[in-house]
Ligand binder design. Structure first.
Ligand SMILES: Nc1ncnc2c1ncn2[C@@H]1O[C@H](COP(=O)(O)OP(=O)(O)OP(=O)(O)O)[C@@H](O)[C@H]1O
Ligand SMILES: [Mg+2]
Length: 677
């Protein structure tokens, strides 16, 4: 007798459960996806003991016919696929027909359901994969699935579960994510009777994000209105004889991609990717192509190792994306990955460019510092009116390992950029240098109200009057000034001869003069490099530079690129090069440092980064060295030029290394801080 046997369904289901049911949150994911596939508009999830003891999901979806209620627990039983061709264009979240049998094989499960077409419903009870009962019941249309004692028969799996807090955090994050993906539906989540999330249907993503993250976080978010990309598909290959037979060339086919969502300005910087929520055709996924596209969009806007908040919905023809990559269905594979990558990157960049968000100075009363005022801690995810930050599992999103793969080393390498050490501010300088009244005002400045007029002080005990006096300002309170306001700012002076202080229509601005100039030069260098119009300065005496052995190896590979940037150089004996010219504006004493830094970039990145990325890094290095330093006094004319030139930049938000350029203390925040509103 042969030794190979076909495994029983029970064993096969348990094996499948090993892949699909990792923890209580995976049960929640499968059941939630089933409810959404069933067209539910209201989903309620109750959890006990972080999902170990109980996880119940109730929906008002289409329900199941009585016969189907039993069939649903058969392996590979699904209503979502019928044919192998359907696999090429999956429009539902589930399709494998293995979630329910898998869950039922490792828990005690009760399914209660009723379809609209039937007068009575069905209750099916299964424990550890064994059918215990199947009854007729009375109930409303929809489905309730109760999963108790998860892994009661798989003790090894139980041991892998983490603390209650972590497991609950996973569930919370999962439900929150899905609630963001379906703004028009109601989601409720309760842990042992305590409400954790309760969001009612709303008309827009922004409204849902507001429900989930709260108003403060919304100020940092920028809308990404729907952007469409049509990809011309290559014609299908026909062998030459077949081609001759076709009289008319076929119409070129296209695939459409639509991207929309919410993204944060570059000033909101997260230390991991947990605040990136990606939905492809309504499915919550983790995808390296899209994650890389997002990082690429923020390249030179954010420091390496920092990530934005992004809530992105990419919709496309189901044939363009393969969702049958992993049993847990959290990964996808795009048919045209690189085109999708570039589309997503450019769409995000374009939105950032249009909105030009400006960083706010965090209010002292604000509950969390700016880089923690985290949309990853949703305000809607609360209990008894508590803010999320007070919850025992407030870090829930940060802990979601299921959706928080550590970045690939290669991805980090391509984003890596040296953070240039900022020189120390000279503490002995006078704090604020305010220009004398005799200094002439420009016409734009003259049009601005003087600070004294704006904040006419009132007696503290006459608060109602204060509101009256501030009426003139109120019109602008809700108008968030963007960086468009830069050329209209009224410079007041410098702080530590390093930061420009200015007033605008909406508040007080602080601009870092070095990084502002760095951004201006960076874009200028990039433009000149692309147009081949880099201005150069010949050196009276060539600079002779000694190379290390590895630099000597890199040098020939980037010599042409160096020339294109204005660094004319040639080998000069053993491991030595002579530099005869440099880009205009670069100080002679910086030339050696710049070349060394460029060689380092080449060494670390040439293999993994694209030419475009290398050029950006080289331009950033040149800009950083040539930019006005801190501790440098500037006169009004220079400052005005700087503000105008900055406003004319494509991305005036951050320096090429990702540090913010301008901070704004809005009038509203100032009034709040002084308890005037
Ligand atoms: N909440 C629900 N409402 C209505 N029908 C449901 C519900 N949950 C499951 N079903 C039915 O049970 C079938 C089996 O569900 P199951 O989750 O096991 O498989 P699937 O969703 O088809 O695929 P996958 O394994 O990828 O999730 C579904 O195809 C669907 O017809
Ligand atoms: Mg399913």
């Amino acid at each position: 007798m042969g030794r190979i046997r076909i495994l029983s369904d029970n064993v096969a289901n348990k094996i499948a459960a090993g892949e699909v049911v990792e923890r209580p949150a995976s049960v929640a994911k499968e059941l939630l996806e089933n409810s959404l596939d069933a067209g539910a508009t209201e989903v309620r999830i109750d959890v006990e003991n972080a999902g170990r003891r109980l996880l119940r999901i109730q929906d008002d979806g289409c329900g199941m016919l009585r016969d189907d209620a039993m069939l649903a627990f058969e392996r590979h039983a699904t209503s979502k696929l019928s044919d192998v061709r359907d696999l090429l264009a999956i429009g539902t979240l589930g399709f494998r027909g293995e979630a329910l049998p898998s869950i039922a094989s490792v828990s005690r499960l009760v399914l209660e359901t009723r379809a609209a077409d039937e007068q009575t419903g069905a209750a099916v009870e299964i424990a550890g994969g064994k059918l215990l009962r199947c009854d007729e019941i009375a109930r409303p249309v929809g489905t309730t699935i109760t999963v108790r004692d998860l892994f009661f028969n798989v003790p090894a799996r139980k041991k892998f579960l983490r603390s209650d807090q972590t497991e609950l955090a996973h569930i919370g994050s999962l439900v929150t994510h899905y609630s963001l993906g379906h703004a028009n539906k109601r989601f409720e989540l309760y842990h042992e009777g305590r409400e954790l999330l309760n969001v009612t249907p709303v008309g827009s993503l922004r409204d849902r994000a507001f429900q989930v993250f709260g108003s403060e976080a919304m100020n940092d978010l920028v809308d990404l209105p729907p952007k469409t990309f049509e990809l011309l598909l290559p014609p299908p290959y026909h062998p030459p004889f077949a081609r001759e037979a076709t009289a008319e060339p076929a119409e070129p086919e296209t695939a459409q991609f639509v991207l929309e969502g919410l993204i944060s300005g570059p000033h909101l910087q997260k230390l991991n990717r947990n605040s990136i929520y990606l939905f492809v055709n309504g499915r919550l996924i983790r995808d390296k192509v899209l994650l890389h596209a997002i990082s690429a969009a923020y390249h030179n806007l954010m420091p390496a190792g920092c990530y934005p908040f992004a809530l992105l919905f990419l919709n496309c023809d189901p044939g363009e994306v393969d969702v049958n990559v992993h049993p847990s269905k959290t990964e996808v594979r795009f048919r045209h990955g690189s085109q999708v990558h570039d589309f997503v990157r450019d769409a995000i960049r374009e939105s950032l460019m249009q909105h030009r968000p400006v960083s706010s100075i965090p209010l002292p009363t604000s509950p969390l510092p700016i880089n923690q005022s985290s949309p990853s801690v949703p305000a809607g995810f609360r209990g008894d009116g508590q803010r999320a930050a007070e919850l025992p599992f407030s870090e829930f999103s940060a802990r979601v390992q299921a959706f928080a793969d550590p970045p690939e080393a290669s991805e980090i390498a391509s984003e890596a950029e040296p953070f240039v050490n900022a020189p120390e501010i000279d503490q002995n300088l006078p704090e604020i240098r305010v220009w004398s009244q005799s200094e002439p005002l420009t016409s734009s400045q003259a049009a601005m109200p003087a600070p004294a007029e704006m904040t006419r002080p009132k007696a503290a005990n006459r608060i109602p009057d204060t509101h009256g006096a501030l009426e003139q300002l109120s019109a602008d309170w809700d108008r968030m000034d963007s960086l468009e306001a830069l050329p209209h700012l009224r410079p007041l002076g410098q702080l530590h001869e390093s930061f420009i202080i200015a007033t605008g229509r909406d508040g007080l601005w602080i601009i870092d003069q070095h990084v502002a100039h760095e951004r201006i030069l960076f874009e200028q260098v990039l433009r000149q490099r692309a147009a081949g119009t880099v201005e150069i300065q010949r050196l009276l005496i060539p600079i002779v530079l000694q190379l290390t052995p590895s630099q000597q190896f890199e040098y020939p590979r980037i010599a042409d690129e160096l020339t294109a940037y204005g660094f004319e150089s040639e080998p000069f004996g053993q491991r030595t090069i002579a530099i005869q010219a440099a880009p205009a504006g670069v100080h002679t004493e910086d030339i050696e440092k710049i070349i060394t830094e460029i060689l380092e970039i080449a060494e670390s990145e040439l293999r993994s980064a694209s030419l475009d990325e290398i050029r950006r890094n080289v331009s950033a290095t040149i800009a950083c060295r040539a930019a006005i330093k801190i501790n440098t006094p500037l006169d009004t004319t220079k400052i005005e030029w700087l503000l105008r030139a900055l406003a004319a930049c494509e991305y005036p938000m951050t320096c090429p290394h990702g540090r913010p350029i301008a901070l704004r203390y809005s009038t509203k925040d100032i009034l709040k801080s002084f308890h005037r509103i």
